[in-house]
Design a protein around this ligand. Structure first.
Ligand code: NAD
Length: 471
């Protein structure tokens, strides 16, 4: 971290000091937004929320711009720190991921008011903040989730207290310090973004139960979503997925092969929207595998698939059973995973391709690693049926490569997902090489979809009777 600006280095030192001592110095706490006790973080964020309400929209806009500027200047540092601390993914891909969240998360402009006029006058609908938001963030996208949430939540007029995944507490604290610095520099209040220095399941539960927390935003696996949904508070829940990728006989197979390796290999498959299983029509299966191999996939034989399954699956998924991956191998490089079964593959390998049958646990389990199952089926209708089943009703993300518009429409409807990507890598659905805005909190269980500033608002209306229609 030799290239750190002095001011950023100062934040790191303060954060590290606060974590070491558990009793950070008072002034350091004020500056960084990092608190040893989550209750203190919530109190500070409440004050910041009230201060934010007093400042102009122009200043709020400036705060968002300065967050983008500072985060962009530090995109490489936070990506390296995240990779080093969590041991997940590839830092070079995290740079792209962070940049996407920094530049394409909507800001204040997302809060468009609405007006209704008729013979009775006018009604104005505006979007108001909730207050202090409690946000629980994952180890898999530790920095971009905090950046994207902060931009959307502050743009909407809220403050936020994060309870990051314990495995990413240092980079999260560093980032929270960086964001606060940007906010203060742009004329905003201190502690608009706060976090627990030592986040735990207990501090997450305290956050969920705290009376000053207006709503919860939870990005993670099934357990945390379940707990949050039972909290009695309003929850925006971004839960797990198991995105199927269907390839039919009409697809551009060369493009599909490359897109799948690019999407599924990105950040070692830790993103929830990455392709998790390929379901291909038998007549084009061999060609698809060849194209994938040209682009960085390495195909395993039957014996190697058996060994790798034993290694990476902790609880086998199946029809109606979500299963669970072995966390030791989540987000690891393909060559590292291969080595554990005595197989040496080129270090540039992006995916370990495993052709399996439809009942195989690799198909049904959300692995979050570059071990990619492929199953061949007789036709596209069978592919869509299997895709619906192995997505487990998460309604999260699905991908299809096809030039048959009737089948593209059929799958879009059948999957009923927050994100459906046609003829592109999965990340196109988050605005990377695809149209639209970005966010890394995709709320499928509660239905908000790809979250944005307006997601973090309450609608309020004001009616004036008989007047203000100008026509
Ligand atoms: P995780 O569920 O282990 O942890 C997520 C967060 O929840 C962490 O902060 C963790 O400390 C907390 N947590 C976990 N169990 C909890 C409990 N019982 N009570 C309170 N807090 C708890 O997930 P992870 O491994 O960090 O991330 C991967 C998972 O998150 C995958 O399932 C992935 O699909 C999902 N995810 C979803 C989205 C989305 O937008 N839908 C985005 C990223 C990740």
């Amino acid at each position: 971290m030799d290239n750190l600006e002095d001011s950023v280095r100062q934040i790191v030192e303060e954060v590290v000091k606060s974590m070491d001592l558990y009793q950070p110095k008072e002034d350091a706490v004020k500056y960084t937004g990092v608190f040893p006790n989550i209750n203190n973080a919530i109190d500070a964020a409440e004050l910041a929320y009230k201060e934010l309400g007093k400042i102009s929209l122009e200043t709020r806009n400036n705060i968002i711009s300065n967050i983008r500027k500072n985060a962009l200047a530090n995109k490489e540092i936070i990506s390296k720190m995240a990779q080093e601390e969590t041991g997940l993914g590839r830092w070079q891909d995290k740079v792209i991921k962070n940049e996407l969240g920094i530049l394409k998360t909507p800001g204040v402009e997302d809060l468009r008011p609405e007006a209704f006029t008729d013979d009775y006058g006018m009604t104005l609908v505006e979007r108001a903040p909730y207050g202090v938001i409690g946000s629980i963030t994952p180890s898999t996208n530790p920095t971009v989730t905090i950046i994207s949430n902060s931009i959307g939540m502050i743009a909407a007029g809220n403050s936020v207290v994060f309870n990051p995944h314990p495995a990413s507490k240092k980079v999260s604290a560093f980032l929270v310090g960086l964001l606060n610095k940007a906010i203060i520099e742009a004329g905003g209040p201190a502690n608009l973004v706060c976090c627990a220095a030592e986040p735990t399941i207990e501090s997450a539960k305290d956050l969920m139960a705290h009376p000053k927390i207006a709503i919860l935003v939870v990005t993670g696996g099934p357990a945390v979503v379940r707990v949050a949904m039972n909290s009695g508070k309003k929850v925006i829940a971004a839960g797990p997925g198991n995105p199927p990728c269907v390839v039919d006989e009409t697809a551009d197979i060369a493009k599909a092969g490359k897109d799948i390796v690019d999407g599924a290999g990105f950040d070692n498959n830790v993103i929830c929207i990455c392709e998790k299983e390929i379901i291909v029509v038998a007549s084009v299966a061999d060609r698809l595998k060849e194209e994938m191999k040209k682009n960085g996939a390495y195909e395993l034989n039957e014996d190697q698939i058996k060994k790798i399954t034993q290694l990476v699956i902790a609880e086998p998924g199946g029809p109606g059973i979500e299963g669970a991956a072995n966390k030791t191998f989540v987000g690891k490089n393909a060559d590292f995973i291969a080595k554990q079964i005595g197989l040496t593959v080129p270090p540039e390998t992006r995916l370990l391709l495993c052709e399996v049958n439809r009942k195989h646990p690799l198909i049904w389990t959300e692995q979050l690693m570059p071990v990619m199952p492929l199953v061949r089926v007789k036709d596209v209708d069978a592919a869509i049926d299997l895709a619906v089943e192995c997505e487990h009703g998460f309604r999260h993300t699905a991908i299809m490569h096809s030039l048959n518009i009737a089948k593209l429409s059929k799958m879009a409807k059948a999957m009923n997902c927050s994100i459906f990507i046609k003829n592109g890598p999965s990340y196109a659905g988050l605005g990377h090489g695809g149209a639209g805005f970005a966010s890394f909190t995709i709320a499928s269980p509660t239905g908000e979809g790809v979250t944005r500033a307006r997601t973090f608002t309450r609608e309020r209306r004001c009616t004036i009777v008989d007047y203000f229609r100008i026509i």
